[in-house]
Write a protein that binds this ligand. Structure first.
Ligand code: IMP
Ligand code: MG
Length: 178
């Protein structure tokens, strides 16, 4: 294990199992439809690639990059779109794929954005959920893992752009970010 980590929370097999459940949930919901699956870069990249390969539904793939934490571990409360989708979501079923719902600011802002653009429906799937940290009254429609108030890295999630390529989800030692 990387020495900056306190412990591994979920290993590759646990992640795979949960993704299988999330994919089955999506297949049931979108059977016969052609939704647009939107990956929120960069954090959700690993989760997104594994999830869309596990679903049987015919999904269109798209990507959006929004500003997030920078090098800090606290959300700024507003989001900027750094790179936008290529698809027009008007009249489409949108599945938003997020790495983690923390304050809820990002999910809240993206939900409003897609509905304002005329999406027919909006469904959110997150790998991780930190309900105790919520500052906005939102929750993902599907969440793979619920966690406490700990700073997590790996499997796409970073601290100062590091640790994203770890194949498991781990708790970062507090002394690394304080
Ligand atoms: P929000 O506070 O719900 O808007 O979350 C914004 C973003 O903060 C997430 O998409 C992540 O990129 C990042 N984030 C929140 N908590 C963590 C964490 O524990 N580790 C790494 N990134 C995090
Ligand atoms: Mg993110």
């Amino acid at each position: 294990m990387n020495g900056d980590l306190q412990k591994i929370l979920f290993d590759e097999q646990e992640i795979k199992n949960e993704i299988g459940r999330a994919a089955a949930w999506l297949d049931e919901r979108f059977n016969g439809k052609n939704p647009v699956a939107v990956c929120v870069l960069k954090g959700a990249a690993m989760f997104f690639c594994d999830l869309v390969r596990a679903v049987k539904t015919d999904v269109q793939l798209d990507f959006i990059t929004v500003s997030s934490y920078g090098s800090s571990t606290e959300s700024s409360g507003k989001i900027n779109i750094l790179s936008d989708l290529s698809a027009d979501v008007k009249g489409r079923d949108v599945i938003l794929v997020e790495d983690i719902v923390d304050s809820g600011n990002t999910l809240f802002a993206l939900q409003n954005l897609f509905l304002k653009r005329g999406a027919k429906s909006f469904t959110s799937v997150t790998l991780l959920d930190k309900p105790s940290r919520r500052k906005t009254d939102v929750c993902a429609d599907y969440s793979c893992f619920e966690i406490g108030d700990e700073f997590i890295v790996g499997y796409g999630l970073d601290y100062a752009q590091k640790y994203r390529n770890l194949p498991y989800i781990a708790v970062l030692k507090r002394e690394i970010y304080t």
